[in-house]
Write a protein that binds this ligand. Structure first.
Ligand SMILES: [Zn+2]
Length: 453
């Protein structure tokens, strides 16, 4: 008789936050959970060969659309993967947007550097064509003898946690776990109490967030302050989830006459398209106020919202000299249309910059957040005289207290909890925090390590 075995390999989001990729090997079947790209300081690793043979992967389960979970799927296909990719319908649509956008950026960069891009729009199309959509709580079987279900992760639209059952063993992949109290998404589902192994993210394993109620008040204050000076408020925003939450908050302030009536420009093609996906999958959203009974049901829209899709439309924003709000990408101010706005508006005290997302080390956003008096944009020295404000409560991840509450149900009962998707010092602090507060057996896996389950 052939000896049975099950192994879990850690191929990404192990040394840091990005590049999520786990390989579950059950006898001869291989299942990949996420196939994400590295970002920031680790992005050089995207060009490296996979540490497994893509042709041997039977199927992929994708937790959500973010690039650090989906970004290497086109490369996987290019290298010979031809199985199915299972995910939710909103994740399919958002992943297509994100991957097409990055294929275009890669093509531009490759042309500039006279190189071949990592993947092309063609590779993206092939990857998307392999997707089979699955609803939450509906079992499916991506590899032999397996039963898999998606639970709601409450992180971004369509995001899922994954429970995999094979031979009476239950594995649970947290994916990215959302922040409780999100005004447009349901809270993350509770963890099933029969799981044996948990693979849990640790992004904010050493932090507790600002209260979510604070953000509306802070947003209102920032808008009023800048408007009072007749200035422009610039909000760098991540295209998916953050932008929609922001539009929803502004819609609320406008509906209730809490801020003056001024134009709000959404100056990001990706964010405009992503917002359309959010509207399409309204059944996946949950609102914290009664927006669906308002006549237009348009919870991300208000009379003076302007969508500037083309470059010409974007340039015209400058001709409006009175008070206004501009929302643009990229969220960490590393590229995109936000740079043009920063160059124009940072040098005046009249204006303001409102930071609502995490700014990684080494980004322009971090430099400004840390109080730089001048910054370099398009090779020009730009004075930073605009007021710099920040709201910390817009996080899409649960903080350590929420994650501990979520793990509490199974921490002592299950065999092992693997902590991933976090910087090493954060994971160590998180492990201590969890051990002290809820007990349990925690492990911090190393890159390329595998465990027999
Ligand atoms: Zn994510």
């Amino acid at each position: 008789m052939i000896k049975k075995y099950m192994k879990l390999h850690f191929y990404g989001a192990v040394r840091g936050v990005t590049g999520s990729c786990y390989l579950l090997e059950n006898n001869n079947d291989k299942l990949l959970i996420d196939c994400g790209a590295y970002q920031g300081k680790d992005s050089g690793q995207n060009n490296q060969e996979f540490l497994f043979n893509p042709e041997e992967i039977k199927a992929v389960v994708l937790t959500h659309a973010h690039f650090d979970h989906s970004g290497r799927l086109p490369l996987l296909v290019k290298k010979g993967f031809h199985g199915k990719i299972f995910t939710t319908a909103p994740t399919r649509d958002l992943t297509a947007l994100i991957l097409e956008d990055s294929a275009r950026i890669l093509a531009d960069e490759a042309e500039k550097n006279n190189e071949k891009p990592l993947f092309s729009v063609d590779d993206v199309e092939k990857a998307i064509s392999l997707i089979e959509t699955v609803d939450y709580n509906v079992p499916f079987s991506p590899i032999q003898d397996s039963s898999v279900i998606f639970l709601n992760a409450g992180h971004i639209l369509g995001s899922a946690m994954v429970k995999i059952t094979i031979d009476n063993k239950n594995l649970f992949f947290s994916g990215d776990v959302g922040n409780c109290g999100n005004p447009i998404l349901a809270d993350p589902d509770p963890i099933p109490t029969d799981v044996n192994y948990v693979i849990c993210e640790s992004t904010y394993g050493n932090r507790e967030h600002e209260l979510i109620e604070e953000r509306s008040a802070k947003l209102k204050r920032a808008v009023k302050e800048i408007i009072g000076r007749g200035g422009t408020l610039i909000i760098p925003s991540f295209s998916i989830e953050r932008t929609q939450e922001l539009l929803y908050e502004i819609d609320n302030l406008v509906d209730n006459d809490l801020i003056p009536d001024i134009p709000v420009y959404l100056d990001s093609p990706l964010a405009i398209k992503a917002t359309a996906v959010y509207k399409k999958y309204i059944n996946f959203l949950r609102f914290d106020r009664d927006v669906l009974n308002s006549p237009d049901r348009d919870f991300f829209n208000f009379p003076r919202l302007r969508l500037t899709l083309t470059v010409d439309e974007s340039k015209k924003i400058n001709s409006y000299s009175a008070a206004k709000i501009i929302i643009a990408g990229s969220g960490m101010m590393t590229g995109g249309r936000i740079l043009h706005h920063l160059r124009r508006y940072l040098p005046s005290e009249k204006n303001g910059l409102l930071i609502i997302g995490y700014q990684a080390e080494g980004t322009l956003g971090r430099e400004i957040f840390n109080g730089a008096k001048t910054v370099k944009i398009f090779n020009e020295e730009i004075d930073v005289k605009a007021s710099i404000m920040a709201i910390g409560a817009f996080s899409a991840h649960g903080d350590r207290k929420q994650l501990a509450d979520w793990l509490r149900l199974i921490a002592v009962k299950c065999e092992k909890v693997f902590l991933t998707h976090g910087d090493l010092d954060v994971k160590n602090e998180f492990k201590d925090y969890l051990t002290k507060n809820i007990g349990g057996n925690y492990l911090i896996p190393h890159f390329q390590e595998y465990w027999d389950l």
